[in-house]
Every structure is written in C-alpha cells, then in structure tokens.
Design a protein around this ligand. Structure first.
Ligand code: AMP
Length: 190
C-alpha cells in the first residue's frame, strides 16, 4: 500500500503533482478542497456549511473533515493506496489519519512537503483565480489562507518529522523536475 500525504501551502502545486502521481502509481486521490467544492456545487448541507469557512479562508472543524475523509477511505476499499491532498491540515487531523489507517492495518508511507516561497505562492494563486474564477483565490482570502497555513497547518510538518515520514521537496521549478524529485522520494521508500 502506498499512502502518500502531499503537503504544502495553498498554491504549492499539490493538485498538479497529485495528478501526475495518480497516473504513474495508479493510486486513489482525495482532495478535501475538491470534495468540499463538489458539496457546495450540489447544494448539500455540508456544502452550505463549508462555504462560510472557505469564503473566509478558514479551516472547517476537524470532526467534519475527518468524517468526510473516513467515508472517502471506505469507498477506496481494495485500492493500491491513496494520495491525501489538502489533508491533514491540523495536528488533530494528522492524528486522526494515523488512527484511521491503523484501523485498516495501514500507515502513511511518506509525507511530501512541497516548499515554495510566500511571494511566489501569492503570484500563483492570483493567476489561478484569474484563470479559473475560483472564489477563494482573491487577494484578501489568499492572505487569510496563508495566515491559517502558518498558524494551524505548518505545525503538522514537525509532527511528521517526529513520526519519521517527512520528505522535503523543492516546489519551485519545472513541473517535470518537481515530479522527478517526488518519484525519487516514492521509489526510495523501503
Ligand atoms: P484547498 O482546495 O485544499 O486549498 O482547500 C480550500 C478550502 O477548503 C480551505 O481554505 C478550507 O476552508 C477548506 N478545507 C480543505 N481541506 C481542509 C481540511 N483538511 N481541513 C479544514 N478545512 C479544509
């Protein structure tokens, strides 16, 4: 089983690299942000709750996200592995993921931390907002998301270092070079 956590600030390239990983390694992909955007589009109760948080660039409560993730994991029963994109974003979520996988006799294989400097993140997100119309890719919300990243999400880095799963990936450069570094990290796993 190949269970990969792809980690990094908003705009670090997690979604793009996840697509390459899915294609090469044939594992399932779950992006909590994509699931929430789907719920919003379908006008579900969860979608309505999510909108308020997402518009402000805030994280949804851990229990909501963890329940959502658990049902996704159940739907992947029998798969070769999973790439977790945009999850975990808090230490409580990292702990919940560890428990959820352990209950299935599994564990996280590696946490890939895509590092990109803040000024570059801002440029990428503004550009994505212009190109895709994604509602939370506007300057004010981006700033909030980066503050939330530093205060609530970045501590997850040390948590995975302590768990022996952390791998740094330089997230600046061509998509191909970044993907080659990711493949080297995955293929180097025992
Ligand atoms: P993303 O598409 O990963 O950038 O996520 C967009 C937004 O969805 C975030 O700013 C949060 O409001 C919400 N979100 C996504 N994943 C999580 C998570 N793991 N925990 C809490 N909120 C999340």
């Amino acid at each position: 089983m190949l269970n990969i956590v792809i980690f990094g600030a908003p705009g670090s390239g997690k979604g793009t690299q996840s697509e390459f990983i899915v294609e090469k390694y044939g594992i399932n992909h779950v992006s909590t942000g994509d699931v929430l955007r789907g719920e919003m589009k379908n006008g579900t109760e969860l979608g309505k709750i999510a909108k308020g948080y997402m518009d402000e660039g805030k994280l949804l409560p851990d229990d909501l996200i963890v329940d959502m993730l658990a049902s996704k994991l159940d739907s992947f029963e029998g798969s070769k592995g999973v790439i977790f994109d945009g999850f975990p974003r808090t230490i409580a979520q990292a702990e919940a993921l560890k428990k959820m996988l352990a209950a299935r006799g599994q564990e996280v294989s590696v946490m890939l931390d895509l590092e990109v400097p803040e000024d570059e993140l801002m440029v990428r997100l503004i550009k994505r907002g212009q190109e895709t119309g994604r509602a939370d890719d506007n300057e004010e919300t981006i700033k909030n998301r980066l503050v939330v990243y530093h205060s609530q999400t970045a501590p997850v880095i040390d948590w995975y270092k302590n768990d022996g799963k952390y791998q740094h990936i330089d997230g600046v450069g061509s998509m191909e070079r970044i993907f080659a570094d990711i493949c080297a990290a995955i293929d180097g796993l025992k």
